[in-house]
Write a protein that binds this ligand. Sequence first.
Ligand code: HC0
Ligand code: SF4
Length: 558
Amino acid sequence: RDYMMIDGIPVEINDEKNLLELIRKAGIKLPTFCYHSELSIYGACRMCMVENEWGGLDAACSTPPKAGMSIKTNTERLQKYRKMILELLLANHCRDCTTCNNNGKCKLQDLAMRYNISRVRFPNTASEPDVDDSSLCITRDRSKCILCGDCVRVCSEVQNVGAIDFAYRGSKMTISTVFDKPIAESDCVGCGQCALACPTGAIVVKDDTRKLWKDIYDKNTRVSVQIAPAVRVALGKELGLNDGENAIGKIVAALRRMGFDDIFDTSTGADLTVLEESAELLKRIKEGKNDMPLFTSCCPAWVNYCEKFYPELLPHVSTCRSPMEMFAAVIKEEYSTSSKRLVHVAVMPCTAKKFEAAREEFKVNGVPNVDYVISTQELIQMIKESGIIFSDLEPEAIDMPFGTYTGAGVIFGVTGGVTEAVLRRVVSDKSATSFRSLAYTGVRGMKGVKEASVMYGDRKLRIAVVSGLKNASDLIEKIKSGEHYDLVEVMACPGGCINGGGQPFVQSEEKEKRGKGLYSADKLCNIKSSEENPLMMTLYKGALKGRVHELLHVDYAA
Ligand code: HC0
Ligand code: SF4
């Protein structure tokens, strides 16, 4: 076994990539701005410096651990050094923390607090706000940027989009789009992963809560809401529960207290999607045309990506609307005779859903079926504003008439979930053992690329599940060079919606807890397969009769 000394204590080296990981394993919270375990090492912020045995300074993020090494993480010199970096950053940073959109979530604020920075010895050279509000998904303010490059690396390395990059040199250095165009006119697909990675308020989720509060308070408006699968396992931690804990009952209770009139679960919409998407898959297989593999369509950042980078693949993208849009169309239809003005809200882990909701395809007479998309982060904000003590809430049930959903719908929120739900629908053996074995076909787990095969009659269905758009584009290239699949599930965010751009930021281990939380929620559902949801039959015989195409489908290729 290999050991090294950290602050005089021996620590075992396993497969840690760098000193930083080992130091964190040893229980020391070394500060960083530009380190993300999933991204390449940039080593620019210098916050993670440690002192070696010869008195030299090494960046822990870019130094591999070696047996026999001895380092110190907290010396007088290091303290001074870190304080100096923080003061230099603060000298060039707007300090209106109390009115910043990222107040309380900012790493710079957090580290200034941790290092007890009570004054800055340098003159304030912060620039005026430089806000790009053009995107429906994210808001940028370059004056709050500390040039850590996290957004640039996530956008190119994880998402293969490259909408933003460093521009200019020296003191003029900034993060910009091509020709400095507004972000909405760039290649940005709205995934929000840059906002999740940004340590300050330079890129944040677009805030739509102010307008929504007005509609909630308006007595002549009936406000319905649907809650996406991944939200329930991600907001608890900020509100006094554990990350990964299923908080759906408390969310419902909170929304009711806040004044929402009708509260539903997007998992019900997901059951509709399962039925439509499996029918589409089987139809395409039967017809044997040149439109295989079938790509899933429920992730709006993926749809944007496909439109911008692979338009020739659009005929392969499922014509099924996303669960959010299917359900919204049904809900608006159900309440169309209400005497009040209707507003429908979707609480989503996603920033790109804000864009999806505004697409022309999902408007009726110019009015969107989903009037507001509120991210998990915004919901947390609204709950805090309401003064509700979330952890004390008694869980409540969602409303009728759309009060039933299945485990298949709930697992949509984690990578591989859509596929597993579709497989439950298409396999002929519906026993518990058969469903349990589907979980072991390779569709589960946090890996960015997964493959599975399942028998359908005498035919072997080949399936690929990818999350992260770089993984999607690699797979597309593989398919273009001849690899065959029947079904490809794409989620833009690594790990699926549980790690959506609108969720609170967590480290990798905690993401897994969110996935586990959804699989546990599935276990608690007494109905596991979408076609057994009794509401589906009612809908297909009622509101959807003769209108399935109109209400549940869309043609992105048109
Ligand atoms: Fe997802 Fe969805 S699973 S995209 O990640 O498909 O956002 O949670 O709501 O629509 O159901 C997000 C999550 C959804 C949709 C569902 C799908
Ligand atoms: Fe890149 Fe996604 Fe951020 Fe757009 S939202 S700039 S695509 S990371």
